[in-house]
Design a protein around this ligand. Structure first.
Ligand code: NAP
Ligand code: MG
Length: 485
């Protein structure tokens, strides 16, 4: 890697390597998947879903209103009472295995649609989102007939109808995180994807149809925040699983306060990545880049705050600058792309506001010298150096490819600073010393702490937050427990 940071290394002249879209099947219009059927929305309303990279329209999506939500919850209730809660775990597991295999069979189509609709690089959809979604179904399929072994000496029982609401940053993966454990535990589901990324959830509905899952066990309804709100407030919902912003999470918590609905919230984050002087610096730099620029920083657990021990700060910052110059920003469908398109105009504007704020505060800013396409929603990898702990850049979730850097001297100091935000979702620690890893990780108030790696996911390990990052865990046995009494 060149030390000459003035030379944009992304001019490596990589030939375009776009993934083909010829093999995908998209309908012009998608209806609501209720009670095993594709039903037209009661009010006859639809909205567009667009490709954020090209701004082209991909399909019409149905907008569900209160009446549609009611139909979906009723279908889920009937399926729960008459079919699913009576079925043996072994039979339930067979359906989950079938769904997992069908996702694998259609993985290429899923990856392309995920990238077209959401703007994330095809490499990520292909290598991370889709395989992990299938793995979640495989993993929970295995538990469906072993619940009494999963929780020994406890009598476990399903909860009932689960309302599940997901965000736009990992559309299919979040749907899998929610649906697979709910079904394995014997619940039925009404799921609402985010308005900008409904397509892979609707493709999942097609797979569910193909799998022969009894009607009403999974219902997928599309729409905006009003649809989500109608679902959360429906009186016949027993459990709510929400992943999204802390603001909406707080509203949901308030609205369920006087009910006996069970609630899990997976909310925002402002995760710290900590590099000690004894760390393997090149690996750490790669981990930092992966932690924040992966998926355009549209990651709840993005390592958006970097803490570097003083002795290696200059070296780390220089290496980071050199590295982000080489990142490829552009067409998400190109297999060489590292940073794809920002998911929506609204999100792009929000990131831009933080950039302006950071500059106005007088922070030192560095942006990767990589070329940015003129058309479409793109944002260069950006770092702010020596930002104050009190800055809004350090305290608030930006949800974009923007990293703040702070330095520290002692272990106690960095633990205090890392914990000093309203969030507590994830953290990363880079050091050569095992004892330091155990010491620091046990003191960080974060649901997940990675050591000498970042953004590693596995269906067997639980994920979730402290403080304003929410409560409840998804993944692993913890994730199963939240769908059981
Ligand atoms: P969001 O605005 O809170 O939306 C999340 C979902 O809630 C969407 O489906 C949204 O529908 C729906 N919704 C909006 N208003 C609602 C209401 N009043 N009642 C019920 N549902 C409502 O979040 P986002 O901007 O899509 O996602 C980004 C956020 O998600 C970030 O804060 C990120 O950290 C967080 N996140 C957390 C995790 C985690 O595991 N902790 C994982 C991924 C993302 P519309 O799309 O139609 O508005
Ligand atoms: Mg879209």
């Amino acid at each position: 890697m060149s030390k000459d940071s003035k030379k944009p290394l992304s001019t490596w002249n990589l030939n375009p390597a776009p993934e083909s879209t010829e093999h995908i099947k998209l309908k012009e219009q998608y209806e609501l998947f209720i009670n095993g059927e594709w039903q037209k929305p009661t009010a006859g309303l639809y909205f567009d879903t667009v490709n954020p990279a090209s701004q082209e329209k991909l399909a019409n999506i149905a907008h569900a209103n209160d009446a549609d939500v009611d139909k979906a919850v009723k279908a889920a209730r009937e399926a729960y009472t008459n079919v699913w809660s009576k079925m043996s775990g072994k039979e339930r597991g067979k359906y989950l295995f079938r769904i997992a295999r069908l996702i694998q069979e259609k993985a290429r189509e899923f990856a392309v649609i995920e990238t077209l609709d959401g703007g994330k690089p095809i490499r990520e959809s292909r290598d991370i989102d889709i395989p992990l979604a299938a793995n979640h179904f495989f993993y929970y399929a295995g538990w469906a007939d072993k619940l009494e072994f999963a929780f020994p000496n406890k009598k476990v029982e399903s909860i009932g109808v689960a309302a599940q609401i997901i965000p736009w940053n990992f559309p299919l993966l979040m749907a899998a995180w929610k649906i697979a454990p709910a079904l394995a535990a014997g619940n039925t589901v009404v799921l609402k994807p985010a308005e900008t990324t409904s397509l892979t959830a609707l493709k999942l509905a097609e797979i569910i149809e193909e799998s022969g899952l009894p009607a009403g066990v999974v219902n997928i309804i599309t729409g905006f925040g009003d649809t989500g709100s109608a679902l959360v407030n429906h009186p016949d919902v027993d459990k709510i699983a929400f992943t999204g912003s802390t603001n909406v999470g707080k509203m949901i918590q308030k609205s369920t306060a006087e009910t006996d609905k069970r609630l899990t919230l997976e909310l925002g984050g402002k995760s710290a990545n900590i590099i000690f002087e004894d760390a393997a610096i090149d690996q750490a730099v790669e981990g930092i880049v992966n932690g924040i620029f992966f998926n355009q920083g549209h990651v709840c657990c993005a390592g958006s705050r970097l803490f570097v021990q003083e002795g290696v700060a200059a070296e780390v910052i220089q290496k980071l600058k050199d590295r982000i110059d080489t990142l490829v920003v552009g067409d998400p469908m190109d297999k060489n792309t590292d940073i794809g398109a920002i998911n929506s105009q609204k999100q792009w504007e929000s990131i831009s506001k933080y950039l302006e704020l950071g500059v106005n505060e007088g922070n030192e800013m560095y942006q990767g010298k990589c070329a940015i396409p003129e058309k479409g929603l793109y944002f260069p990898p950006t770092i702010f150096i020596d930002v104050a702990q009190s800055s809004r850049l350090v305290q608030e979730e930006i949800f974009g490819p923007v990293l703040t850097i702070q330095t520290f001297r002692t272990v106690d100091e960095v633990i205090q600073k890392a914990n000093n935000t309203p969030y507590g979702l994830a953290a990363g620690v880079w050091t050569d010393k095992g004892s330091k890893i155990f010491n620091v990780t046990s003191k960080l108030r974060s649901g997940v702490v990675w050591a000498n790696t970042y953004n590693k996911f596995d269906p067997t390990s639980p994920f979730g937050g402290y403080k304003e990052s929410g409560f409840g865990r998804e993944g692993g046995l913890h994730g199963l427990a939240s769908y059981l009494k």
